[in-house]
Design a protein around this ligand. Structure first.
Ligand code: MN
Length: 378
């Protein structure tokens, strides 16, 4: 772990010096997987390729990372201070791109955020676990659908497992246990597969003999993430931005559409009731304008109703005609798994439609191809 801390210090210095830069760039949700995994990817690539230095770049700001309680807690407890990391705004990406001084490995996403499209010519390789949208066609791609992209990194041949000590293994296991729900047996093939299992076993072999209990660390992390009162206290805007992603789709008619998806760790109805639909919708409009969105999706936390687990998302746009078409196509194609419902108290708002479904295996990662598909057709 000492070596990783030293490596981060060197990365920080290198990132501000002028000249060419090789970076590993996580996605803009800046979740545990993107942050921990991009650090590990850059670190092990650097270690394995003598003379080539890769820098892990967090695709967001330090201010945003501080709002992500679980992530901050994990980095804190691993003694990796957030200010020791390198952030996208620190690397003068556009200037370096203009001077062709950037080489990018995209990690945990395979399509650049719309605000970063100018970086496309500099993408040299991709390591990811999302559905391939085939934006970068001629680059080296390692895209495998598994629970956590960090698992994908740890199972690459350039990773020397014997160099991983207890602290580094502890740092690395967090995204894997969070993304796979601690490899819950009933979620095999849905939330994790052999790749996650292989990475998990390698890390557990280092951690378990020294008394580390991954189940209790998983519970500890989950509890921080799902603290509804703490989440609501952050305010509606922070909650929307904390785990947010933009998606860009080309419609069959050739138009380009951007939609946004915010995942909130609060039940959707609770979120609506707490802040009030009026204030929330004002915020949605503002956010959509700022980010150039056609529509905004808010995906809530899984909730229990009797013995059933349910999850909800809402779709919001001021273009009510568009929303009608969207709903029509979505229901027609995906009604087997997902059904449209009305949320009591928030009915009859033409800018908004609600969807409740019981197949809770549909995370954002699994829903994104469905949303893309519907968007393509309008
Ligand atoms: Mn991921």
């Amino acid at each position: 772990m000492k070596e990783l801390i030293e490596y981060l210090k060197e990365s920080k210095i290198t990132s501000t010096a002028p000249g060419p830069l090789k970076i590993c760039l996580g996605n803009t949700s800046t979740d545990l997987d993107s942050c921990v995994g991009s650090i590990l990817l850059a670190y092990f690539l650097t270690k394995s390729k003598k003379g080539e230095f890769y820098i892990p770049v967090i695709n967001g700001s330090i201010a945003k990372l501080k709002t992500q309680q679980m992530l901050s807690y994990h980095f804190d407890s691993c003694q990796v201070p957030l200010d020791s990391l390198i952030y996208f705004e620190d690397i003068s990406a556009s200037e370096r791109a203009k001077a062709s001084q950037l080489e990018i490995i995209l990690y945990d996403h395979n399509q650049l955020d719309p605000t970063q499209e100018y970086l496309l010519p500099y993408v040299k390789a991709i390591y990811d676990h999302h559905t391939d949208v085939k934006e970068s066609l001629s680059v080296q791609k390692i895209i495998t659908l598994c629970g956590s992209a960090t698992s994908l990194v740890l199972t690459q041949s350039f990773v020397n497992m014997t160099s991983i000590d207890f602290d580094l293994a502890r740092f690395a296991i967090a995204p894997i246990i969070i993304d796979t729900k601690n490899l819950a047996a009933d979620l095999y093939k849905y939330r994790w597969n052999e790749i996650d299992e292989a990475a998990y076993k390698l890390l557990k072999g280092i951690l378990a003999p020294k008394g580390f209990d991954n189940s209790s660390y998983y519970e500890e992390l989950k509890k921080i993430n799902e603290d509804t009162a703490a989440n609501l206290a952050q305010g509606m805007k922070v909650l929307l931005e904390k785990d947010y992603k933009n998606y860009k789709v080309k419609t069959l008619e050739g138009n380009e559409i951007i939609f946004g998806v915010a995942v909130i760790d609060v039940k959707l109805k609770k979120y609506l009731l707490h802040f009030g639909a009026g204030s929330l919708f004002k915020e949605f409009i503002q956010m959509s304008k700022l980010k150039g969105l056609k529509y905004l999706v808010v995906l809530g936390k899984i909730r229990k109703k009797l013995t059933k687990s349910l999850r909800d998302f809402l779709v919001f746009t001021e273009d009510t005609e568009y929303l009608k078409q969207w709903a029509k196509i979505f229901i027609k194609k995906y009604t087997d798994t997902i059904s449209l419902t009305h949320m009591k108290g928030f009915d009859n708002i033409p800018q908004c439609s609600y969807y409740t479904y019981s197949d809770v295996l549909f995370t954002r990662k699994k829903l994104e191809p469905l949303w893309r598909d519907v968007t393509e057709q309008i």
